[in-house]
Design a protein around this ligand. Sequence first.
Ligand code: GLU
Length: 484
Amino acid sequence: MFTGDNSMKTRTRYAPSPTGFMHVGNLRSAIFEYLIAKHDNGDFLLRIEDTDQTRKVDGAVEFIYDTCRLCGLNFDEGPNNPGKYGPYTQSERLEIYQKYAHELVEKGHAYYCFCTPERLDKLRSQAEENKVAFMYDGHCQKLSKEEVEEKIKAGVPYVIRQKMPKDGVSVYEDLVYGKISVENRILEDQILLKSDGYPTYNFANVIDDHLMEITHVARGNEYVMSTPKYNLLYEAFGWEKPTYVHLPMVNGSDGKKLSKRNGDASFMDLYHEGYLPEAIVNYLAMLGWSPETNEEIFTLEELVKIFDPKRISKAPAVFDIKKLQWVNAHYIKKLDPDALLKITVPHLKEAYDLTNKSDNWVKELVLLYQNHISYGKEIVKETALFFNDEIDWDEECQEFMKQEGISNTIRIFKEEIANVSDWTVENINAAIQNTKEKANVKGKMLFMPIRIQVSGIMHGPELPNTIHLIGKETVLKRLESIKN
Ligand code: GLU
């Protein structure tokens, strides 16, 4: 637990490795870290953990910036807006890690290891044969000071390893998982500094979190069991430990780790499909966390006010695209026309030929569907009936249209609509009302046959507006071909 000076400002960090796109699990971590900091009026930092240079992906850092900016997760400090704790990119901090690693050797909490890759491979194969987990055997810990100095002088490559206690238990308190205990004998003398002078994550995270005065370390739960090793480092340096908030996994709908197959979604993919950043943030904040009430719709500002990391659930969360769509639909309903056009029109343009459609027509169409779509791209599938000459009835439509009296209703409506000279929604509505009188039908038996006949579907937005957008010529053509 963070037990130190209460006057200390809450500081959290989002510490991604720039190895690819930001998927929803990463983004959820960033959201929780942001909320923890901002709830306390604290600072939220970006730290780029690029010590594994082989996994670095070009453009990944920009991607992280773009994603966080769109989501309103503004960094108080980071590589682009350094504060007094920089640099904020680990590959620019190598000297710092080297200094601290050597300091630990001097203090007797770490040691030089000159073991060759061949020796380590041999140990690994032996462990495999004996069906035990590989653990470095502490060989180089036994070297004398003179032997170490000699090897260093001779230029033998080395790594620096942490010296672990051989007995006892390490215990710490996690804000989400509670008390975590690990037997020290299973803690490996892990590498802190590699032979190329780069630190491992296991070392760099401790040094940076301390130097950057991070009070709450929120990160994926894959680090729960290695945190005792980090705590031993804090103790070796005599540093205050942060509060740990390990976050449960985000799984796919099949209960397995999110992957391409079960709906792994990158924020940008969702964004480009017309999901709104506010909705994504809202949904992700509720993924594995819940407020005290049953409410589910919150702005980022509201979340900042009510967020309590103690309410993060231990159970793995499930990324459910249907639920995200439900939340997104809620936000779409509130969009102003321009914002709605922005997330829908590019998809319409891509799918259909809009050259003969006026801007007004497109706007009318999009507004008509505002309450019927749950993400921008969905407009394409919902509006196919306006772009395809042929409409097909599914079985349900066919069944419905077999009912007695329906052809009469359609015939009367056809006459009425043919007489509409000024093609307005009001006049179309009047034609429907006249049909009601003349055919002596009402409710479902009035609207459904007309809807199916002109649009090929049973449910959709307001009928007069739909007919208006389909256009008189096409409507008459579709009324011509009474199918029953
Ligand atoms: N760079 C680590 C990762 O991407 C971050 C873990 C942490 O937040 O400490 O998994």
